[in-house]
Design a protein. Structure first.
Ligand code: UD1
Ligand code: CA
Length: 430
């Protein structure tokens, strides 16, 4: 059996109240549409996404990550609606799985169940305490007979609480036959994909309703739905990681993006945030630290540290209130209150409290290179571009503006003066 997958994503998503197209809103750092495409990709490599609203923007986003996704532009002005979305498409496969772009929690397992149905049309249903807003499904003798949209329902039909979840698996030949015939004779004057159910029934075919879980199939329509979906996604990501061997303290306080990878024995303490494509191996991230798009190997970070994008931290100790950005640290100790940006720091080096790389002059960014076994005293500033060679020392409070050659000490201080009996004179009671 050959399977094609179509993802409907042309709608405006008005209820999101956002300039960002609905399907590009992110869940755990990844656009909703990409969550769906990643799951769909496990079933078939023949995937078409239907777009219209903000066409160029969504197309560009898709193409930045996927090579083989086909894109179809819906003529939404002339053919609005889910049926209009498929007009102009022809299917050469034997089955077509139709998905919505706003169901980021859908899993490949559930889609597989649907794809395995041998009915000419399998459709997904939900039983909802409050069915309002959804198409109601008329079921007789266990088979679906019709889907009636809310706005076309009679008072009686409105009471039906079995609703259409909007995901279908259909014989391609039926779609090729039915899609051109869908009209817009309904309350919304839209072309309803749901009309294919009645068309198939009129041909004497059986439509199998498959009950699916609310968690996976409830669409995201508002920012409230987005936040709820995010919570479920976070729970899934963290549960899987813990089963895979990551230790988490108070996991409900931890946030982890969907692309993070963990190896070996990792510990995440409470309040940790992991954003972007991070890689961890035997890493201990202490409470309330933030790590973004970086690699951390055999190292401990925090508490309250900030590792910003493009950092590589290996065999290193990063303590509290240390910020690292776009830097490579190997075998380094930076225990307290530092900013290390655009730098390369080698093994055996100790960064004292309050050391700052001055990487920016207001116009451009510059590199700081620090070699092996360098001891940098507290509260020093390293004005980039600057190089500190292996086996060097910087005295506390020094502003390093020139390169420091191997075996040297850099010191820049005003000599200390002692003024005797100053205190008692200054505070003398008159
Ligand atoms: C549709 C179903 C309804 C079902 C509900 C489940 C129809 C006519 N109705 O409702 O029975 O209960 O889904 O969520 O199909 N889209 C397009 N082009 C369009 C319109 C929509 O691509 O012209 C896409 C949207 O981007 C979205 C999906 O189709 O991903 C569903 O559209 P939406 O407007 O949310 O669904 P309804 O039509 O309200
Ligand atoms: Ca609609």
């Amino acid at each position: 059996m050959s399977l094609s997958i179509v993802v409907l994503a042309a709608g405006k998503g008005t209820r999101m109240k956002s300039n960002t197209p609905k399907v590009l809103h992110k869940i755990s750092g990844k656009p909703m549409l990409f969550h769906i495409l990643d799951q769909a990709g496990r079933l078939s490599s023949d995937i078409t996404v239907i777009l219209s609203h903000k066409f160029d923007m969504v197309k560009e986003a898709i193409e930045s990550r996927y090579q083989n996704i086909k894109i179809h532009k819906q003529d939404i002005a002339n053919f609005p609606g889910t049926g209009g979305a498929l007009k102009g498409l022809e299917f050469n496969s034997s089955r077509v799985l139709i998905l919505n772009g706003d169901m980021p929690l859908i899993t490949a397992q559930s889609l597989e169940k649907l794809a395995n149905s041998t009915a000419p049309i399998a459709m997904t249903i939900l039983k909802l305490a409050n069915p309002s807003g959804y198409g109601r499904v008329v079921i007789e003798n266990g088979f679906a007979k019709e889907i009636v949209e809310e706005k076309d329902c009679t008072q009686e039909q409105k009471k039906i609480n079995t609703v259409n979840a909007g995901v279908y698996c259909v014989d391609a030949a039926l779609l090729n036959e039915f899609i051109p015939k869908i009209d817009n004779n309904n309350a919304q004057e839209e072309y309803y994909l749901t009309d294919i159910i009645k068309m198939a029934v009129d041909k004497g075919l059986n439509i199998e309703p498959i009950e699916v879980s609310e968690e996976e199939f409830m669409g995201v329509n508002s920012k409230l739905d987005l936040a709820n979906a995010e919570e479920i996604m976070q729970k899934r990501i963290k549960e899987q990681l813990m089963l895979d061997g990551v230790i988490m303290r108070a996991p409900h306080t931890i946030y982890i993006d969907s692309e993070a990878v963990f190896k070996g024995e990792c510990i995440l303490e409470n309040g940790v945030t992991i954003e972007g494509a991070c890689r961890f191996e035997n890493a201990h991230i202490k409470a309330h630290s933030v790590v973004e798009d970086s690699t951390v190997i055999n190292s401990d970070i925090g508490p309250l540290a900030h590792i910003r994008p493009k950092s590589h931290i290996e065999d290193t100790h990063i303590g509290n209130f240390v910020e690292v950005k776009k830097s490579i640290l190997k075998g380094v100790k930076a225990g307290h209150l530092s900013y290390l940006g655009d730098s390369e720091i080698d093994e055996g080096t100790n960064i004292g409290a309050g050391v700052i790389t001055c990487n920016y002059d207001g116009k451009a960014k510059y590199q700081t290179k620090i070699g092996k076994n360098v001891f940098i005293g507290s509260d020093s500033q390293l004005v980039a571009p600057v190089t500190l060679e292996d086996n060097t020392m910087v005295a506390a409070g020094t502003t390093v503006t020139d390169d420091v050659p191997s075996d040297a000490l850099a010191i820049s201080r005003v000599k200390q003066k002692i003024v005797r009996s100053f205190f008692s004179k200054f505070f003398k009671k008159s």
